[in-house]
Design a protein around this ligand. Structure first.
Ligand SMILES: [Fe+2]
Length: 345
């Protein structure tokens, strides 16, 4: 018969179990937090690991074929260690650069000319920012945006939607306090993005000192029209028919769709975000052109200039390698001697 010792009466075993349980309660949440934290970097890391390994193979393969002595050399453990180190470190460096890009939005300037029509306004300085995708502890991101936006001394500040990361509960009171610091002569206007929940309603924006555009057209200081169209599809043609033609028209639309329709309308300038320009290189080159006529940058098409920003931050994973985070600063010159818009700088 096998005798099993009764550990309940063995003090040191009992003590070990208590320690184990206490450590488990502390370590498990820390481990879960660490895994969740790292999971946001995992996809970009994996992407660049695969690309680094592929690039290394492309470099090594022709050398091995052309120079057989090299084939022997690359069997050495030292060579393999160097290759493995390259494959592990290169993606880490790229992801680190991507995190820096994501966290340091730059003020990107451009100059355009629009037909003045019957407006008396000669110049308009616009700050346009979109896709904040904030986490609850991202006060510093908003703070940087507000400082940069105000320092440009804009005539108008436009916000293109997507304030919070998906599924993140916002602290609305904190957001309102921060957003109230934005300063512009004609005020601050916003549209909602596809990630913005019902809490980002007219009341929220009003108490943050921002006017929400919801399928409406505002006449600003008898100088130009500002339109906002939030719906993702349909009805844009009917909406644009209502756009007046006596003054320049600026359209704020989160998703840069229907460029063909809009370019034939009275809209002179459309501002959009949403795309993040694919966020990760080379997805910006491989995937974005399939879905968007313009995924990032500025383009003149018939009567309209389209400007698409890659956003202040990235979607979900805080890594941006297809460009840096940006705030657009657009200097508009209204000219009575032109009928079509132009990008001048
Ligand atoms: Fe979006």
């Amino acid at each position: 018969m096998l005798l099993v010792p009764d550990i309940r009466h063995t003090p040191h075993v009992f003590f070990h179990r208590v320690i184990f349980l206490i450590c488990g309660f502390i370590v498990c949440p820390l481990l879960i937090y660490l895994l969740l934290f790292l999971s946001r970097y995992f996809v970009p890391y994996l992407l660049y690991f695969v690309l680094s390994a592929a690039a290394l193979l492309i470099v090594i393969a022709p050398i091995r074929i052309a120079w057989p002595v090299a084939a022997k050399a690359d069997c050495s453990s030292r060579f393999r260690f160097v290759c493995l180190s390259c494959c592990l470190l290169t993606p880490a460096l790229i992801v680190s650069a991507g995190v820096f890009n994501n966290n340091h939005p730059q003020l990107k300037e451009c100059s355009i000319e629009l037909p003045r029509k019957a407006s008396s306004l000669k110049e308009l300085k616009i700050v346009f920012a979109s896709d904040f995708h904030l986490d609850p502890d991202d006060d510093h991101v908003l703070d940087r945006f507000i400082t940069k936006a105000n320092s440009a001394r804009p005539d108008i500040i436009l916000i293109g939607g997507d304030m919070m990361q998906p599924s993140v509960a916002p602290n609305l009171d904190k957001l309102k306090i921060l957003l109230r610091r934005l300063r512009a002569r004609y005020g601050v206007y916003a549209i909602k993005g596809n990630e913005d929940g019902n809490e980002f309603n007219r009341e929220f924006y009003a108490s943050a000192g921002i006017k929400l555009l919801e399928e409406n057209i505002e006449k600003i200081d008898s100088s130009f029209y500002l339109a906002g169209f939030q719906k993702e599809s349909g009805l844009i043609e009917d909406f644009l028919k209502a756009a007046p033609d006596d003054l320049p028209v600026i359209l704020l639309r989160h998703i840069p769709k229907d460029l063909e329709i809009i370019s034939r309308s009275r809209v002179d300038l459309q501002l959009s975000g949403h795309t993040h320009n694919g966020q990760l290189f080379p997805l910006n080159l491989l995937i974005m052109p399939r879905y968007y006529e313009l995924a990032h940058g500025i383009k003149v098409k018939r009567n309209t200039i389209f400007a698409v920003t890659c956003g202040i931050r990235s979607w979900d994973s805080p890594v941006k390698t297809a460009g840096y985070s940006e705030i657009l600063f657009i200097k508009v010159s209204f000219r009575s001697d032109i009928n079509t818009p132009a990008v001048t700088g």
